[in-house]
Design a protein around this ligand. Structure first.
Ligand code: FES
Ligand SMILES: [Fe+2]
Length: 407
């Protein structure tokens, strides 16, 4: 890890009277940010299932998928099975994005080779006997499964494919509830105006174990963006779990209650943030920060909601992010401005991590440790091969009780 990264960081000495002249060379932490095949973080990410599309968005046309620096094509055959293939047709390389979806798979537009959802070549219509060593022909493919309204993909080594996790807070949908599943920039902007967020996945990932920005950015800097109670400075504790890191942010409220806001980050890019309106009880959602490449990401949200709830959309000063002017973004910055403001890929050599960054430090340390574990052939934190242990308990929520002083 670069920058000041111990649990109790000491301030840097100020060199050269603080002049901006002659600053040291700047760099990003590539181990944490580079997600392509063969990169340490790319290999760590590839050991977990990642959501790649909303199931209902997969119609009768193939869909481009960009994830972890790879370009892929996703389709659903007419039997309803989703398939995720490397897009360059193994015959002469045109893209299967222009392929024709059929009952048994996808047919390349150029010479008609037909591939099933696992890349098996089923037909080669231009060959004299209708086929040419099809048993030797396999279009590269990845396994997919559907859950919580998403198509999930596993892009890692086949022999290390874990069980697709379930989350207890997304189970047991009540008759008055629906499960909403979305992919895009909602977590950064609060609305649906960005399909892809143009900065590193790590910047959003850092944000989730950062309870202090909730107090400043979302509350006291320009006024309350979420619950008014976030203006109270919380007492914060960070703790490691079997899956990642949690924080507990305890606030003493004016009515004599305390509220303990527990938020979770699960390796390597999963989070469950409690209700931002401070609604009591367990968090109703789980989100994944899925890297598109080193400097772009999408966020996938699955959330239980009341059937009659209005669409998810955060407004500031009565306007959603996409409707605000640049001046309004400057006057009322939110998560997008703070995170995109760190640059496409933040310059970690220039960071000065402080005591309030302990959660971020814990996350990054775990990521670094588990990149090493994967490099040595081990299995990283949170992957599971036992279907009977597929369900993960989500601790996140807003938990109220009477404060000791009021009892
Ligand atoms: S390029 Fe796909 S069948 Fe020829
Ligand atoms: Fe935030």
């Amino acid at each position: 890890m670069t920058g000041n990264n111990s649990d109790a960081p000491a301030p840097h000495a100020v060199a050269n009277n603080g002049s901006a002249y002659g600053r040291p060379p700047q760099h990003s932490n590539k181990r944490l940010t580079e997600v392509g095949p063969g990169m340490p973080m790319g290999e760590l990410m590839r050991r977990y299932w990642q959501p790649i599309a909303v199931s209902t968005d997969l119609g009768d046309l193939p869909k481009k998928v960009q994830i972890l620096g790879e370009e892929l094509v996703l389709f659903r055959d007419r039997h309803g099975r989703p398939g995720l293939l490397y897009p360059r047709c193994m015959h002469r390389g045109t893209t299967l994005y222009y392929g024709k979806v059929e009952d048994r798979g996808i047919r390349c537009c150029y010479h008609g080779w037909l591939f099933d959802v696992e890349g098996n070549c089923l037909e080669q219509p231009c060959e004299p006997n209708g086929e040419w060593y099809p048993e030797r022909c396999r279009q590269p493919w990845y396994p997919v499964e559907e859950l919580y309204g998403f198509v999930f993909a596993y892009l890692g080594p086949p022999e290390k494919k874990p069980v697709l996790p379930r989350y207890d807070n997304l189970e047991d949908i009540g008759s008055d509830q629906i499960l909403v599943s979305m992919i895009g920039g909602l977590g950064a902007t609060g609305d649906l105006s960005l399909d892809v967020v143009p900065n590193s996945w790590l910047q959003m990932n850092d944000n989730v174990m950062d309870p202090f920005h909730v107090h400043v950015l979302h509350s006291t800097l320009t006024g309350p963006q979420f619950a008014a109670e976030f203006a109270i400075m919380p007492k914060v504790d960070f703790f490691q779990t079997d899956e990642g890191v949690c924080y507990s942010a305890v606030r003493e409220l004016e009515d004599g209650q305390t509220v303990d806001r527990i938020s979770s980050w699960l390796m390597p890019n999963i989070m469950s943030v409690p209700d931002i309106g401070l609604r009591a009880g367990y968090s109703s959602g789980v989100a994944w920060v899925v890297p598109v490449d080193d400097s772009h990401y999408v966020q996938a949200f699955a959330m239980k909601m009341p059937k009659d709830a209005p669409p998810l959309r955060i407004t500031l000063g009565g306007k959603s992010w996409g409707d605000m002017t640049e001046e309004e973004h400057q006057r009322t910055p939110g998560d997008f401005e703070a995170q995109y403001g760190q640059g496409p890929i933040s310059l970690h050599s220039e960071e000065h991590l402080a005591t309030s960054d302990r959660g971020v430090i814990m996350q990054r340390k775990l990521l670094m440790q588990h990149m090493d574990i994967v490099a040595k052939g081990g299995d990283p934190m949170g992957v599971n091969f036992d279907p009977d242990k597929a369900t993960v308990h989500i601790r996140s929520g807003n938990f109220f009780k009477k404060s000791a002083a009021a009892e």
